[in-house]
Unconditional design. Structure first.
Length: 324
């Protein structure tokens, strides 16, 4: 059975690769660095393999970092920039305070700079890193068209306004995704990324202790699951972390959707998926592993094109945390 699953997964990966060979959008190309930095993907992959082999839990934060980058100013590496004396950067926005893995991006950038100085953008490296990190936890492999250039602006308040909140209603989430050219299917598919990773208690504790401001619990949350969470997360706890997909948080699979259907999605935004018929329909479909892997790959490719800077726009940063 395991062998058959491997065969099916390999076939799906091949189809994703084959169907994307001629893909190019917004100035991005699959082989953009073939002449200027051949083998860049291998260099990045080697760095990621080193980190993920030692700390598999880094995969989810690296995926989240790419997501948070693309939803604010497009996929331009702005989430990687440090604050300046005159302006606080996206890193300091509340939704980004728990981001981890910046050292991995820096290490990948340094490795690439050794062989191709001043050629490959931080935005492209982040997109490659997210793909490799997911793939190393059993997720799909998708092609990453490259040619992104790095932005030079990063604003704290923009991240607060533009990132999908963990307590978002379905209409709110749908609106934010639509503003980035993503549809309901993309919303549900990309939410499936919650199959890996951890979350701090304060991202969902209002569902346990003060859902409507009256000291009540979210009635849509499974009671036994809520009781389990209350043992781990006491009121006001902002340090403890829990699995987003209990029992399967280190494996990229469809178990997240199983939990959502049982009203055991960790965030209010997870539960919100059950309030829309189209989203519910995909959740049922997404429980078929091969379908989810394929769809996730396609939605990630689509997300990776949001608002990209190409051509002579932006710059190629020498260090990802600072503009040139």
């Amino acid at each position: 059975m395991a062998k058959m699953a491997t065969i099916l997964f390999s076939a799906a990966s091949f189809l994703i690769f084959a169907c994307s060979l001629t893909d190019a959008a917004g100035g991005l190309e699959l082989n953009f660095y073939d002449k200027t930095c051949p083998g860049v993907s291998n260099v990045v992959e080697a760095v990621i393999a080193h980190y993920i082999s030692k700390a598999p839990t880094l995969a989810a934060p690296l995926l989240r970092m790419h997501f948070h980058d693309c939803f604010v100013r497009g996929c331009d590496g702005s989430v990687l920039l440090n604050s300046t004396k005159s302006r606080k950067a996206e890193k300091e926005a509340a939704p980004n305070l728990t981001l981890r893995g910046f050292q991995v991006i820096d290490a990948a950038k340094a490795a690439v700079e050794k062989v191709c100085p001043g050629v490959v953008s931080c935005a492209d490296i982040l997109a490659l890193v997210a793909r490799d990190a997911v793939h190393m936890l059993g997720g799909p492999f998708w092609n990453v068209p490259t040619g992104r250039r790095d932005g030079v602006v990063s604003i704290q308040n923009e991240a607060v306004a533009k990132l999908p909140p963990p307590n978002g209603t379905f209409s709110k989430l749908k609106s934010i995704f639509a503003s980035n050219g993503l549809d309901v299917k993309d919303l549900v598919v990309l939410s499936g990324g919650h199959t890996i990773g951890m979350s701090h208690c304060n991202s969902f504790s209002s569902r346990l202790y003060n859902f409507t401001g009256k000291g009540d619990m979210d009635p849509s949350l499974d009671k036994s699951y809520a009781a389990h969470l209350k043992i781990k997360c006491k009121p006001g706890d902002n340090k403890t972390i829990v699995e987003m997909d209990p029992g399967s948080f280190r494996t990229f699979d469809t178990h997240y959707y199983v939990n959502v259907k049982k009203n055991r999605g960790l965030f209010q935004s997870d539960a919100a998926l059950l309030t829309n018929n189209e989203a519910q329909s995909y959740i049922n479909k997404g429980l078929e592993s091969s379908s989810f892997l394929w769809d996730f790959a396609r939605s990630m490719e689509k997300m990776g094109r949001i608002g990209v800077l190409t051509g002579t726009a932006g710059q190629i940063r020498r260090h990802c945390a600072f503009t040139n």
